[in-house]
Design a binder for this molecule. Structure first.
Ligand code: GLU
Length: 553
């Protein structure tokens, strides 16, 4: 068969040569060892934690090495396209501080290696499909749905691997030029398949293996590909496999970070890179994100786990810094240790490496995220935290915005409550939780939630509050204030120190802690909180007196 003639028959409109593209997209001029990474999402409109996890690895690898991180939109599957999906990808990742240097952008495309939408790269894919046909390494296949169905049924009945390979590929592989020409003239649809050189008909021990050095997993050894996979669909659109190889070559990607679900098709990609004579990038196949569910590890599911969606974290009001810091703890086993040694260093100073990534599942745990978030927020200056809370509220809880905006000084004092000593309190985790936690500072949200201690009678409670109000002086310092509470307790038969009460429980009705709990409940509605004296200083004299008085009535 004259393959040149066949290539012209199939792709008469393709006039550029592979050499033209090599020239058009030259090697990037970057510092030595700089990495070029990409995110290749399909525009389905759903962006999840797994995307962020992968994007974060891409971003760290590129930016830490002085390289480039670009966004390529993998939109060859037009059934899945959702309007606005690209904005969602860019803005959601941008919120977490993950920004692209190149590729699809909110207002067009930036960079010399585009187009960055696969749907606009048709000619490039076809040029390389043409090249493979020219070299006798790919061929048109006219098998109909029905024929494919029959082959599959036969294979299933014989319990052999399904697909087009070996004898199942014979029919299409052996079509003559004239037969192909006739089919095309008759308008028969066809796909272009790779003519795999893998041999399916050898005994298991003779099967050839491919070896790939994966940056996360080390050497991966797998049987070579022997399937005549589709490279161009009947519409002329490439499959993932073909687009991946062509794009990552011409966009000069050095490191392909992708989920482990792609491992299975690695032998196909190896064969394609070889047949196209392209250098292979370094693969980093990342582990699945898992969660613990009743003691069992399982994949996060879109249906069952709201925390899979990135929107969840924005709506709840997690600070992006907390999410990133947490991702690093699950991504690199040595990050936590580094953080202990470098408590105040910016996260970007940590050198992220693929070797320290686990290849088993990465366990995602909301409780652990919350712990990390507490540590991150405790270091955030109150004014930054206040601004963050205001911007979160303006988007996700606008009804509280009037309480915060324009009252920044009040808010800052509230957020700093108990944070300035040498053992700062770590009460604050994420927007929703923070507002619940501080809501007693706002009259509209103040409620009595807890009850007074059992050992304090209603009568005593009224007496405690009346005495407290009578003796209250807003100018008292903390110790003057506490002396007064002790005195009120002693007068009513409560021990001045908890330990006196513990020693002689029969001699007292309770101790000073019970007295302050009554006051705390009147003031903030809860039995647990930061220091009452400090709270009163923030609430101000008027509000303090008013809340105590309300409960006496
Ligand atoms: N479009 C593919 C996906 O959505 C990208 C995989 C890759 O990064 O190569 O999963």
């Amino acid at each position: 068969m004259d393959y040149n003639k066949l290539a012209e028959l199939l792709f008469p409109h393709i006039t550029k040569t592979p050499g033209d593209y090599e020239e058009l997209f030259p090697n990037r001029k970057l510092p030595e060892n700089a990495m070029v990474t990409r995110l290749g999402p399909s525009p389905t409109g759903f962006i999840h934690l797994g995307n962020l996890y992968g994007a974060f690895i891409d971003e760290r690898l590129a930016h830490q090495s002085g390289g480039t991180f670009y966004l390529r939109i993998e939109d060859t599957d037009d059934k899945r396209y959702v309007d606005g999906a690209i904005e969602t990808i860019i803005t959601s990742l941008g919120f977490f501080g993950i920004n692209f240097d190149e590729g699809a952008m909110l207002d067009g495309e930036i960079g010399g290696y585009g187009p960055y939408f696969q749907s606009n790269r048709g000619e490039i894919y076809q040029c390389f499909a043409k090249e493979l046909v020219k070299n006798g390494l790919a061929y048109p296949c006219f098998l109909t749905e029905e024929e494919l169905g029959d082959i599959r049924a036969e294979q299933e009945a014989a319990k052999v691997t399904t697909g087009i390979y070996g004898k199942y590929a014979e029919k299409s592989r052996s079509l003559s030029f004239e037969e192909i020409e006739e089919n095309i003239k008759a308008g028969k649809p066809y796909v272009v398949r790779l003519k795999s050189s893998g041999n399916h008909d050898v005994p298991a021990e003779k099967v050839k293996y491919i070896n790939v050095e994966d940056a996360v997993r080390g050497t991966i050894s797998m049987p070579e590909n022997d399937q005549d996979i589709i490279i161009l669909k009947a519409t002329g659109i490439p499959t993932y496999h073909f687009a991946h190889v062509v794009d990552d070559h011409f966009m000069r990607t050095t490191h392909v970070v992708r989920g482990e679900e792609w491992l299975m098709s690695l032998p196909i990609h190896v064969e394609l890179f070889e047949k196209l004579r392209f250098e292979m990038p370094v693969y980093c196949h990342t582990a699945q994100l898992l969660k613990l569910d009743n003691g069992n590890k399982r994949k996060l599911s879109k249906r069952k786990d709201p925390e899979l969606s990135l929107d969840y974290y924005r709506q709840e009001g997690y600070h992006p810094q907390a999410i990133k810091e947490y991702l690093l703890t699950i991504l690199n086993s040595n990050f936590e240790e580094w953080r202990i040694d470098n408590p105040d260093a910016p996260m970007e100073d940590f050198e992220f490496t693929t070797e320290k990534m686990s290849s088993g599942g990465a366990l995602f745990d909301l409780n652990k995220l919350n712990d990390v978030s507490k540590d991150v927020l405790v270091k955030l200056p109150a004014n930054e935290l206040a601004n963050f809370l205001i911007s979160w509220a303006s988007e996700f809880k606008p009804e509280i915005l009037p309480l915060l905006e324009g009252h920044e000084d009040y808010l800052k004092k509230i957020l700093d409550l108990g944070r300035n000593g040498n053992k700062p309190r770590k009460d604050l985790i994420y927007g929703k939780q923070i507002f619940d936690f501080i809501s007693y500072f706002f009259d509209d949200y103040f409620r009595i939630e807890d009850t007074i201690p059992e050992n304090v009678s209603d009568e005593d409670a009224v007496a405690i509050l009346s005495e407290y109000l009578k003796s209250y002086n807003h100018e008292d310092d903390q110790s003057q204030w506490f002396d007064k509470i002790r005195a009120i307790g002693s007068e009513l038969g409560y021990a001045a120190k908890p330990k006196d009460f513990k020693k002689n429980p029969d001699m007292y009705k309770g101790h000073v802690g019970h007295i302050s709990t009554v006051i705390r409940i009147a003031l903030i509605g809860k039995s647990q909180s930061p220091d009452i004296w400090e709270i009163q200083q923030i609430l101000g004299e008027e509000k303090t007196r008013e809340r105590i008085a309300t409960l006496i009535r």
